[in-house]
Write a protein that binds this ligand. Structure first.
Ligand code: KG4
Ligand code: ZN
Length: 349
């Protein structure tokens, strides 16, 4: 089965083509066009994102069919969750294409895409590969700009959200803290680079130590799998107000202390979920999965408790259409010509 994946839930206009049968997959194309227009604004403006998608989707499509041909059995399309104007740009594009090519649309939940991204192996275009299955009774940590979720996977397609954020998503908190430090959007990568630089720098000046913030670990002991990052974000805001940033070292210290707090809470909840469900596999997905400190802390936990981690490969950590095409394959029975009717009907939304 040959599937065209289309993703436009936020600020990436992405398309991918896969050929897949049972557990054999061939990736024919994978293009992500990230909108740079939002960098100076500290966040994504939905209407601006929509305009960019309307401009970019046809360009990305031309490029992908130049490489892969225009012969598909179905379109896998992200229908949510995401920014509604961005989603609609993709839906409108896919509906027109589906009519033109006379093929159905498989509506896909963006978060199931991130969950499945963890089973996609390192790949070379056009090379057939074996797909790892989704491990049964596993835990998935989904950390992105819009979500922070711990999901129990009973088996492929059978998911239960154990906990979620009550306010800001963790990626959003990274982005907002970055904005407080005048770093461009998305701020997660910059914050993690600063934090990493601070961790590598073993000398702490006495003056710095006395000014060291003591950021909260929100809901660390809440005995559930929910998160809250807005208090942590506010704590950073107040700290910066009372201790104005003077130099790069100040930024490095704040970034590290913030990252320590956020990741400590996440790791504790993941460890608890693994224990409660007796899981021995964890899947990681979403843009924040790129965070090196999170990856290292998870690896430490995995070594200690003897469980296996499925990390998404670097190219598909952020939003992409490859994970959407794969999720489409696993949901092929949902194929329809009216994807808009499927909006918001998923357990993972
Ligand atoms: O999954 P994604 O690409 O888009 C959404 O579905 O939201 O995630 C984007 C988020 C942004 O908030 C970005 O700052 C964050 O992932 N991010 C990171 C890192 N790289 C990206 N956060 C922390 N550390 C990183 N290295
Ligand atoms: Zn995403």
């Amino acid at each position: 089965m040959r599937i065209l994946g289309i993703e436009s839930s936020c600020d990436d206009s992405a398309m991918a083509v896969i050929e897949i049968q049972d557990n054999k997959i061939k990736i024919l194309g994978n293009i992500v066009s990230t909108q740079t227009i939002h960098a100076g604004y500290g966040g994504v403006f939905p209407m601006m994102a929509k305009r960019e998608h309307i401009k970019n989707l046809p360009i990305v499509y031309e490029e992908i069919i130049r490489d892969c041909g225009e012969n598909f059995d179905a379109i896998a399309l992200t229908v949510g969750p995401g920014l509604p104007p961005s989603l609609w740009a993709g839906i409108t594009f896919a509906e027109e294409l589906s009519k033109k090519l006379n093929i159905p649309i498989i509506p896909v939940n963006h978060m199931e895409g991130h969950l499945l991204s963890a089973i996609i192996p390192e790949f070379k275009l056009n090379e057939e590969m074996e797909l790892k299955g989704v491990p049964e009774n596993s835990i998935c940590l989904l950390v992105s700009g819009g979500h922070t979720q711990i999901v129990h996977i009973e088996k492929l397609g059978k998911y239960k959200i154990l906990g979620t954020t009550l306010d800001d998503a963790v990626g959003e908190a990274f982005d907002k803290v970055a904005r407080m430090m005048d770093l461009p959007y998305p701020g997660g990568p910059a914050i993690s680079r600063l934090a990493e630089a601070n961790r590598a720098d073993v000398i702490t000046m006495p003056s710095e130590a006395s000014r060291k913030p003591n950021f909260p670990r929100p809901m660390l002991h809440s005995k559930d799998y929910n998160f809250s990052f807005s208090g942590l974000k506010t704590a950073v805001l107040y700290y910066i107000r009372d201790n104005p940033i003077k130099n790069e070292e100040d930024k490095m210290m704040i970034a590290k202390e913030f990252e320590d707090s956020a990741i400590e809470v996440i790791i504790k909840k993941v460890a608890d979920a693994m224990e409660e469900y007796g899981s021995s596999h964890i899947l990681l997905g979403g843009g924040v999965a790129a965070n090196r400190y999170l990856q290292n802390e998870l690896k430490k936990l995995a070594e200690e408790r003897k469980f296996e981690i499925y990390f998404p490969i670097r190219e598909i950590i952020g939003d992409n259409a490859l994970m959407i095409a794969l999720a489409g394959y696993f949901n092929k029975e949902k194929a329809t010509n009216e994807p808009q009717k499927a909006i918001g009907t998923w357990p993972l939304s």
